[in-house]
Design a protein around this ligand. Structure first.
Ligand code: ZN
Ligand code: ZN
Length: 125
């Protein structure tokens, strides 16, 4: 996959946000003082996901930069606080699930996202 200025910009915005960003918010800030066609932004974001640099959170139509920097393929696992909307990526031992999907056959796994909902430590009191 080729590295492009669009991908660079999309990653920069995700890293700066420090958390999940809605796709349409990225479209708005993608090119300061200019306009970017939404498909251009979506393509850049999807490329980042393919490259393992970002994850897509389908339930929120949002993207988030991956906190692992080794570039190794992994399932994205997130803890969602339903109280303050905080999102944290964590390492879930989902290797067994991925292996089970592989063993089942007839399905080529591309991406997997685990979403856990609850309350973060700050919201428990
Ligand atoms: Zn990740
Ligand atoms: Zn919270």
């Amino acid at each position: 996959m080729r590295w492009t200025p669009q991908r660079e910009r999309a990653l920069e915005l995700l890293l700066r946000a420090g958390g999940p960003v809605k796709a349409y918010d990225l479209v708005a800030t993608f090119q300061p003082g200019g306009q970017t066609a939404p498909p251009t932004v979506y393509r850049a974001l999807d490329a980042l996901v393919e490259l393992g640099l970002a994850h897509r959170i389908a339930s929120r139509n949002a993207y988030v930069a991956c906190h692992r920097h080794d570039g190794e393929a992994h399932a994205a696992s997130f803890l969602f606080c339903d109280c303050c909307d905080a999102v944290e990526e964590f390492e879930a031992p989902v290797g067994e699930v991925m292996a089970a999907i592989k063993a089942r056959g007839g399905f080529q796994l591309r991406a997997m996202t685990l979403e856990a909902h609850g309350r973060c430590s700050r919201c428990q009191d």
